[in-house]
Write a protein that binds this ligand. Structure first.
Ligand code: NAP
Ligand code: FER
Length: 335
């Protein structure tokens, strides 16, 4: 029986928060692999905040989507048919095929996943792009020293949870900022952060002043907005701010003027530096191996938020930008 491939496309550009009408489910025949190709079937699809940026026109490191394009994304997949000597049916790979169930592509465009490192879903999570973002963003940009006070926002998420734990491994006093009491309890009780602030119920600036009386040495910024503002109010001298993401602004139709207190960087002689995980590509295998060994040693824990069913991808993605996920957000496709 010929299989059908389903794909989610961007039907229209969202204005503000994405809505279900901005996505369309399309069907096509599953393609036949040509010489040198592999036919892959998605097992897990990664949903990530950067996808909101691809839905927007305007300057970016990547080409924006046009209406009708398949939504961007990386998947973990199984090789179903191979016309390449590099892979055999049953191999597990990851590939940037977007939000779709099947794809046929050159064997050069897929990357082998080593299932001995952990559950295969981790290849797009703690051992994949988000884990490597935490690893390089903290160690190369944040440059933490033992005894430093490190603050990380979106602390229970795919990136933030790894940042805080690497901070602990490096001897930092780690303060997380997260959006619910359940997430806050998790980062302290399960992940071993020293303290946490619920930004929805507490005054972040006051709490940071109380928890970090000598100031914040490293801020790993996942969210921007008012939390960045509160951190700037409490910065130590010679602090490092790693600008990883600004998720609080991704749905904003108009960007606010600011940050209003950047003058703090002058007074404290601090540095704020943006980065992209891809700039560290040549070091990714070293990072992946270290992350895997910390997991094996029980020093790095991770949590996945697995949504069942391809049809639920848009709703799950909309929820990611509202803080409804708890851990790395993945869509598991039906067997
Ligand atoms: P995630 O943290 O697993 O999920 C997103 C979380 O962001 C939500 O669960 C929510 O947690 C928080 N959030 C959403 N809206 C918010 C708001 N208005 N204010 C404050 N927090 C809000 O996502 P992730 O994959 O780990 O990504 C985290 C950040 O890293 C994002 O900004 C992303 O764009 C960035 N990133 C950057 C790179 C790079 O190369 N620079 C690579 C990967 C990711 P709460 O409930 O705690 O608010
Ligand atoms: C991300 C958020 C933003 C990300 C990349 C960007 C790789 C890039 C934004 C731009 O080009 O303006 O999570 O992850």
């Amino acid at each position: 029986m010929a299989e059908t491939n389903r794909a989610w496309t961007m039907a229209s550009r969202p204005v503000g928060e994405p809505a279900p009408k901005n996505f369309a489910l399309t069907e096509s025949a599953v393609p036949e692999p040509q010489h040198g190709d592999v036919l892959i079937r998605t097992l897990f699809m990664s949903l990530d905040p950067y996808m909101r940026g691809r839905m927007r026109s305007g300057p970016s490191y990547a080409t924006p989507l046009k209406p009708g394009d398949v939504m961007t994304g990386e998947v973990v997949a199984r090789v179903e048919k191979s016309k390449s000597q590099k892979y055999v049916a049953g191999d597990i790979v990851r590939a940037s095929i977007g939000w779709q169930e099947w794809a046929s592509l050159s064997a050069h465009d897929v990357k082998r996943v080593d299932p001995s490192l952990g559950p295969v879903s981790t290849a797009v999570g703690v051992l994949g792009m988000p884990g490597l973002t935490a690893y390089h963003g903290l160690l190369d940009i944040g440059q933490p020293k033992a005894g430093d006070t490190l603050v990380v926002s979106a602390a229970s998420g795919a990136v933030g949870a790894v940042v805080g734990q690497i901070g602990k491994i490096n001897g930092c006093f780690v303060i997380g900022v997260a959006g619910s009491d359940e997430k806050c309890a998790y980062v302290v009780d399960e992940l071993g952060f020293d303290a946490v602030i619920n930004y929805r119920t507490q005054n972040v600036s006051n709490e940071l002043g109380r928890l970090a009386p000598s100031g914040i040495d490293v801020y790993f910024d996942n969210v921007g907005g008012t939390i960045l503002d509160a951190v700037l109010n409490n910065l130590a001298n010679k602090a490092r701010i790693a600008i990883c993401g600004q998720i609080s602004q991704y749905n904003a139709p108009e960007l606010p003027v600011g940050p209003r207190n950047f003058q703090v960087l002058l007074r404290t002689q601090s540095r704020a530096e943006g980065f992209l995980v891809y700039q560290f590509e040549r070091q990714h295998e070293v990072g992946r191996a270290r992350l895997a060994s910390w997991i094996r040693e029980g020093r790095l824990k991770y949590r996945e938020d697995v949504v069942d069913g391809f049809e639920n991808a848009p709703t799950a993605f909309i929820g990611l930008l509202r803080g409804e996920n708890f851990g790395k957000l993945l869509v598991k496709l039906s067997d």
